[in-house]
Write a protein of this length. Structure first.
Length: 360
């Protein structure tokens, strides 16, 4: 009997929207556009860039909530870990040699060694490394969750939010570590799954919470802009301060509200949405692969900063994000169907043969 898990199209649609949010965020912050923000000559294009560029860290939180929600009920699967590892390494090596050949970087034995053998690449400096580490320890987190009752689980989340989110947001403490924070968000997702409180199932509540959290995000951007314009100086290091990192209070509030909204949406299984959703991680690995990729995409190909003061900035932003998302998705779909599926079909057959021999 097949043990293949059926993808929920509402969650897969959520993944697609989240990845578009993240690509849009990178369109602004990785292209140099944010360095063009000038409060002495504030304009509509600047406000537009701020309004579309805030969602990257919120998107990361949403992916972590999805992981906590589903993985808290799953056993550790080494094949999933292997898929994750091979996917990361495939794109790391592919683009390392592509950009090496194109003259974007220089050959380094040390860097090549890291590309090949580095497992948790940038544990406290990248989403990929942090997520890989989270998956490695997820079984132990799940054991902890099973030992906690509802009150203890909620109190633990509250303590972690106080340490890593509230103090960082309102008291300017740099209390941010990738794995502890990812564990915090994982615990929130698990809590929503294990304790399906009426408020978590209330569609009207989730819609209202999304509206409130989005209003707070945009209001925070506007208030920081007003402060900076009035003071004549930057003041805050970014207009995205309240969502500038995954642990900022509005980044997690907005993530939880969006997750509840899409969790409660009922849509029929849709093969196209499920295929697109399966490639969202690949889109991330491709377009945010390395500094050379960022320069190649946002500076050399799409020339984002040249359009920042243009009347076509809105159109350029929309088309660029869609093109990047679509092209990256197509690349990853090809990888899945022509590399990953045949490889794991072979692995499955070898595993079956090994089991048969052990039985004999």
């Amino acid at each position: 009997m097949s043990t293949k898990l059926t993808r929920s199209s509402n969650i897969e649609l959520f993944r697609v929207i989240l990845m578009i949010m993240i690509v849009t965020h990178h369109y602004v912050v990785n292209s140099g556009i944010s360095s063009f923000f000038n409060y002495n000559s504030f304009n509509v294009n600047m406000l537009f860039a701020q309004f579309i560029g805030w969602g990257g860290k919120t998107g990361i939180n949403c992916f972590l909530l999805i992981s906590g929600y589903f993985m808290c009920k799953q056993q550790f699967r080494w094949k999933k870990l292997l898929k994750l590892y091979l996917q990361v390494k495939f794109y790391n090596l592919l683009f390392y040699f592509c950009f090496l050949g194109a003259g974007y970087n220089y050959f380094s034995v040390g860097e090549l060694f890291t590309k090949i053998f580095g497992v948790i690449n940038g544990l406290n400096g990248s989403f990929i490394g942090g997520f890989f580490a989270l998956y490695l320890v997820s079984s132990f987190i799940n054991i902890l969750i099973k030992e906690l009752n509802q009150k203890q689980h909620a109190v633990l989340i509250g303590i972690l939010l106080l340490i890593y989110s509230i103090s960082s947001t309102f008291f300017l403490n740099a209390n941010y570590e990738y794995l502890p924070w990812y564990t915090t968000v994982y615990l929130i997702g698990a809590f929503i799954r294990i304790y399906p409180l009426p408020i978590f199932q209330d569609k009207q509540f989730s819609r209202r919470l999304v509206v409130i959290s989005l209003i707070l995000v945009y209001l925070s951007i506007i208030l920081i802009d007003i402060f900076c314009v009035k003071s004549g100086k930057g003041g805050f290091y970014t207009p995205f301060y309240m969502v500038s990192d995954s642990n900022k209070i509005l980044a997690i509030l907005c993530a939880v509200s969006l997750f509840l909204l899409f969790k409660n949406i009922t849509i029929r299984q849709n093969r196209v949405i499920n295929i697109l959703g399966a490639s969202t991680f690949g889109v991330f690995l491709i377009h945010a692969n390395c500094d050379e990729m960022r320069k190649f995409l946002w500076v050399d190909i799409f020339k984002n900063t040249l359009f920042f003061n243009s009347q076509y900035f809105f159109i350029h932003a929309f088309l660029t994000v869609i093109i990047v998302y679509v092209v990256c998705t197509i690349i990853d779909i090809f990888r899945i169907y022509f590399l990953e599926k045949p490889l794991f079909k072979l692995i499955d057959s070898l595993e079956l043969k090994c089991k048969d021999r052990c039985v004999r």
